[in-house]
Each structure stands twice: as structure tokens, then as C-alpha cells.
Design a protein. Structure first.
Length: 102
């Protein structure tokens, strides 16, 4: 069973009210859970880093098209951006992060 994106929170962003970082991360976690339910758990598949980048680029393109077409709901600009960022999170989950993060 996949979880829906919290449209009320996305609509809040549309009205100019900023979300807390906790709310944003909550939305990212829910989107990652939705992706896992739809596509399978990361441990069960072997997506290349290039594959993640291609999916992220596609979702960013979708966000741009959604903005141009004033799309709403699960295909809105913010929903597509959330999908792109969550895909980046999945890549980091699978491949880790290299660098100085203090």
C-alpha cells in the first residue's frame, strides 16, 4: 500500500508559508516509503548511481513541465520536486556520502 503525498502541506508551500525542516524531512520519508512500496526496497535491487541521476533528471524535467502547465496534485511542481529529492535520498542511502560532514 503506497502512501499519498500530504497535499495539505504542499498547498501550504504554495501559499507562501514556509515549512519547518522537520516537516520537509517528514514528507521526504513518506515519499521514500511510497517509492519503496512502488518500486521495491533498495536492498532488493541494484540501481546504478547513473540510473538514480537519470531518474532525478527526469523528475526535475517533470517538475519544470508541471510548472509550465500549472499542474496540480500528485503531478504538481512541488510533488515532482519532492520525488526528485527523494530519489536523491535513495541514491545516498544506497551509495553513502563521501566528504567532511561535521
Amino acid at each position: 500500500m503506497s502512501e499519498e503525498i500530504d497535499k495539505d502541506k504542499l498547498l501550504t508551500v504554495n501559499t507562501g508559508t514556509k515549512l519547518t525542516i522537520e516537516s520537509v524531512f517528514d514528507l521526504l520519508i513518506k515519499e521514500r516509503q511510497r517509492q519503496d512500496a512502488k518500486w521495491g526496497m533498495l536492498a532488493d535491487k541494484d540501481q546504478s548511481l547513473a540510473g538514480f541521476l537519470i531518474v532525478m533528471r527526469s523528475k526535475l524535467d517533470d517538475a519544470g513541465f508541471a510548472w509550465m502547465n500549472n499542474s496540480q496534485g500528485d503531478e504538481s511542481t512541488l510533488a515532482e520536486l519532492l520525488k526528485a529529492v527523494a530519489t536523491g535520498v535513495a541514491a545516498l542511502q544506497q551509495y553513502g556520502v563521501i566528504g567532511n560532514h561535521k
